[in-house]
Design a binder for this molecule. Structure first.
Ligand SMILES: Cc1cc2nc3c(=O)[nH]c(=O)nc-3n(C[C@H](O)[C@H](O)[C@H](O)COP(=O)(O)O)c2cc1C
Length: 247
C-alpha cells in the first residue's frame, strides 16, 4: 500500500514540475511573435526629389504664359435674326461674330500661342447701335463695372496678358474695367490692342493704365481702324514681331 502511495505522489510531482516549465499559456505570449519587437521598423527610403522635374519647371518659367483677353460687341449682344443683319452697314457690322477685336485676338493667338478669353457681360447690350451707344454712354458716365458671366480661374498662371477692346465713347467699354478690376495683374506684362472708328485709340490706353497696378509693364499697343480690320493681319504680325516677346 505504501508503495502505491509513493508511486502516486511521484506522478503528481512530475505533473506539477512540467507545468512550471512553460507549457501553460502565458498572457500576451501571442503578441510577441518572433522578430516583431526585436527588429527595427522597416523604413522606406523617401522618394528622391526629381531634378528633371525641377529643371523642366525652370525651363517652363522662361516661356511667357500668355492670355489673350478681349471684349467685342458681337459676343455681348443677342441678334434675334442674324440673316436680317446687313453686314455692309457700318453701324451693324460688329454684331455678328467674330467681332473686330475677336478677329485680331485670333491672329495674335496664331502668332504667339496662349489662351483666348472673351469678356462677356451678364446683361447683354442691345444689338441696336443707338441703344448700345446710349447704354455705353450711361455706363461711362457712371464709371460702371458691369457684371461678367465668365472668369479666369488661373490668372496667376499667366505672366503676359493681351487685352483687346473696341473704342467705346473715346475709352474702353466699362466691361473691360470690370475684367481688369477682378484680378491682380502685379508684375505682369500687359499688351493692349484696340479697334476703333475715326477716334483712334483716344483715351483707351490712358484709362487702362490708370486701372492697372504701377508695377505692370505695358507694351506698345496696336490700334486698327474698323474698315481696315479684315486686311490687318500682316500689320498685327509686324506689331507682334516688334514687341520682342521672348517666345
Ligand atoms: C457703343 C459704341 C461706341 C463707340 N464709340 C466709338 C468712339 O468713341 N470712337 C471710335 O473711333 N469708334 C467708336 N465705336 C466704333 C467701334 O470702336 C468699332 O466699330 C470697333 O471696330 C468695334 O469693334 P468690335 O467689333 O470688336 O466690337 C463705337 C462703337 C460702339 C458700338
Amino acid at each position: 500500500m505504501k508503495k502505491w502511495i509513493a508511486i502516486l505522489l511521484s506522478i503528481a510531482i512530475l505533473i506539477t514540475t512540467a507545468g512550471c516549465n512553460g507549457t501553460v499559456d502565458q498572457p500576451g505570449a501571442d503578441s510577441e511573435a518572433p522578430g516583431d519587437a526585436s527588429q527595427p521598423p522597416v523604413v522606406q527610403p523617401e522618394s528622391p526629389v526629381s531634378s528633371a522635374h525641377d529643371s523642366t519647371d525652370a525651363q517652363e518659367s522662361k516661356i511667357p504664359r500668355i492670355l489673350i483677353a478681349y471684349f467685342t460687341w458681337a459676343d455681348n449682344t443677342i441678334v434675334e435674326d442674324p440673316s436680317a443683319v446687313d453686314v455692309d452697314a457700318t453701324t451693324s457690322a460688329s454684331v455678328l461674330p467674330p467681332g473686330n477685336a475677336a478677329k485680331i485676338a485670333g491672329w495674335i493667338q496664331q502668332e504667339v500661342g496662349g489662351d483666348l478669353f472673351s469678356i462677356v457681360v451678364e446683361d447683354p447690350y442691345s444689338s441696336d447701335y443707338d441703344e448700345c451707344l446710349d447704354r455705353a454712354a450711361d455706363e461711362k458716365a457712371d464709371n460702371a463695372r458691369p457684371a461678367l458671366v465668365n472668369h479666369v480661374d488661373n490668372m496667376e498662371d499667366y505672366d503676359t496678358v493681351f487685352i483687346g477692346f473696341p473704342n467705346w465713347w473715346y475709352t474702353l467699354p466699362m466691361a473691360v474695367l470690370s475684367f481688369v478690376d477682378e484680378y491682380d495683374f502685379s508684375g505682369k506684362t500687359i499688351i493692349p490692342f484696340c479697334t476703333h472708328g475715326t477716334g483712334g485709340l483716344s483715351s483707351t490706353i490712358r484709362d487702362l493704365t490708370a486701372a492697372l497696378p504701377d508695377d505692370v509693364t505695358i507694351l506698345d499697343p496696336i490700334g486698327v481702324y474698323r474698315p481696315d480690320v479684315d486686311s490687318s493681319r500682316p500689320a498685327v504680325q509686324e506689331w507682334i514681331a516688334g514687341l520682342d516677346l521672348d517666345i
